[in-house]
Design a protein around this ligand. Structure first.
Ligand SMILES: Nc1ncnc2c1ncn2[C@@H]1O[C@H](COP(=O)(O)OP(=O)(O)OP(=O)(O)O)[C@@H](O)[C@H]1O
Ligand SMILES: [Mg+2]
Length: 159
């Protein structure tokens, strides 16, 4: 497990950028944590770092949206209002078939058994000082490698 401290929205965006530049294509990132903890800010950072011009919005009530760019696609799910037996309707199977796509899932509880175990799970926590603590756990070989690389980039950035 890795722990990252983010002291601003820009910081959280930078962490997403580290992941995007560490071979995030084809990977799955679960984002948990309370309302307003920065999950969508993280996805916006991913989109920017992947060179996507359309940026996911925080105010969106969409359950699933995809963003296609020249070299990468981003699939953004917000499953806050979804029940596990409604999972088939959100289009996750199509996202899983895109080998170059990055999948980001906010409120992943209904999705736990539908996605491969080899995924990166990020847990956002609000800190009393206004910052965020982000705990990262990798569920398999691909996500471990992604996390290790990203953690090294993050250290370089914050030195
Ligand atoms: N360190 C930080 N990282 C991320 N966001 C931060 C940070 N500090 C302050 N913020 C602010 O907190 C808010 C996070 O909003 P965001 O929409 O990303 O939350 P969320 O976790 O997606 O919430 P929801 O569960 O409602 O989808 C933004 O307004 C952002 O500017
Ligand atoms: Mg959100």
């Amino acid at each position: 497990m890795n722990i990252f401290k983010s002291s601003s929205a820009a910081d959280t965006g930078r962490l997403a950028g580290c992941l995007a530049r560490s071979g995030a294509r084809g990977s799955i990132i679960f984002l948990s944590g309370p309302i307003g903890s920065g999950k969508t800010v993280f996805v916006q950072g991913l989109a920017r770092a992947l060179g996507l011009s359309d940026i996911p919005s925080s105010a969106s009530f969409a359950i699933a949206r995809s963003y296609r760019g020249a070299g990468a696609s981003l699939y953004h799910f917000d499953l806050f209002r979804l029940k596990a037996d409604e999972m088939r309707e959100c289009g996750y199977e199509e996202a899983l078939q895109d080998a170059d796509g990055v999948i980001a899932v906010e409120w992943p509880a209904p999705a736990l058994e539908y996605f491969p175990q080899d995924r990166l799970e990020l847990d956002f926590e609000l800190l009393p000082d206004g910052g965020r603590r982000i705990r990262a756990r990798a569920g398999g070989a691909q996500s471990s490698q992604l996390l290790e690389k990203a953690a090294r980039l993050w250290l370089k950035k914050t030195k």
